[in-house]
Design a protein around this ligand. Structure first.
Ligand SMILES: CC(C)(COP(=O)(O)OP(=O)(O)OC[C@H]1O[C@@H](n2cnc3c(N)ncnc32)[C@H](O)[C@@H]1OP(=O)(O)O)[C@@H](O)C(=O)NCCC(=O)NCCS
Length: 242
């Protein structure tokens, strides 16, 4: 990504259920590394194998667009909290990405900042009030309990995906206390973000929001750039096997 685009986030997505199984095998499987092939074989369910394969192929194909390296030449490593990143030495300019997947949607956000996180959930995903009480801030639970039915369900998903996106952008996974980041929807759909001191972070530069690349899924992002330029998202479907 060039410096003129440094507040740009590219959101690439694929729809596994719209992709023919044989075509996916033929075009995606050869792009995977030996370790990825081994991981592919460990999945019990065919649908999960397919999502795994499409995710790996999508990430390789997408990231290769930002460099001269071919999809198969890219190497990946993980930080100590499990976040994948491109192995050092692959790119001159740093490129960072964040992944989220369900069986119906795979997304990969690419940005020049490491502090990029995305999360997606299907509207069919049930998030109970009990889960919210366990993971959300008290102020969030109180506001959610004032809603009911579809409104409450949607709001639960909105909080959940925003929290996961932030946690991913911070790279620490479940090592961060997730109730320490709260989203207060006082003027829905506008919201403000509150960070507890225990998060070891400030709100400077952070931007949060939702996108809906397809109807039945919610996508949240959390991204921090060090300047105050406006954020620009480009949403693109990647069909790795055409
Ligand atoms: C890591 C975590 C964020 C993954 O989220 P998920 O909803 O289970 O799954 P998603 O499909 O959205 O994301 C999975 C991707 O996250 C990425 N990921 C894994 N660990 C990560 C980390 N520490 N930081 C950033 N990204 C990470 C990986 O790319 C992974 O995909 P891959 O294994 O195919 O490469 C989640 O398991 C977690 O640790 N959550 C902790 C926060 C929590 O308690 N949430 C509950 C209430 S909000």
């Amino acid at each position: 990504m060039t410096s003129s685009k440094k507040n740009k986030v590219d959101l690439w997505f694929s729809l596994p259920t719209m992709i023919d199984d044989e075509a996916a095998m033929r075009r995606c499987y050869p792009l995977l590394s030996a370790a990825e092939h081994a991981q592919f074989k460990r999945f019990q369910f065919k649908a999960d194998r397919k999502v795994y394969m499409i995710t790996r192929a999508l990430v390789r194909i997408v990231l290769s667009k930002y460099t001269t390296l071919s999809p198969t030449a890219l190497r990946f490593e993980k930080n100590s909290y499990g976040r994948p990143r491109v192995a050092s030495g692959c790119f001159q300019d740093p490129i960072h990405f964040s992944i989220s997947h369900t069986r119906e949607l795979v997304i990969c956000a690419v940005a020049s900042t490491e502090e990029i996180g995305v999360d997606t959930e299907s509207f069919n995903r049930e998030i109970t009030l009990e889960l919210a009480e366990r993971y959300f801030a008290t102020s969030e639970v109180k506001a959610i309990k004032e809603l009911s039915g579809k409104d409450q369900h949607r709001r639960l998903l909105e909080h959940w995906t925003l929290k996961e996106a932030y946690i991913k952008a911070r790279s620490h996974g479940f090592h961060l206390p997730i109730d320490g980041v709260a989203f207060e929807f006082e003027d829905y759909p506008q919201f403000r973000t509150v960070l507890d001191n225990k998060m070891g972070d400030t709100l400077t530069g952070w931007q949060f929001g939702h996108l809906a690349p397809i109807n039945h899924h919610l996508v949240a992002y959390a991204v921090r750039f060090v300047n105050n330029l406006p954020l620009h998202f480009e949403v693109m479907e990647a069909v790795p096997f055409l």
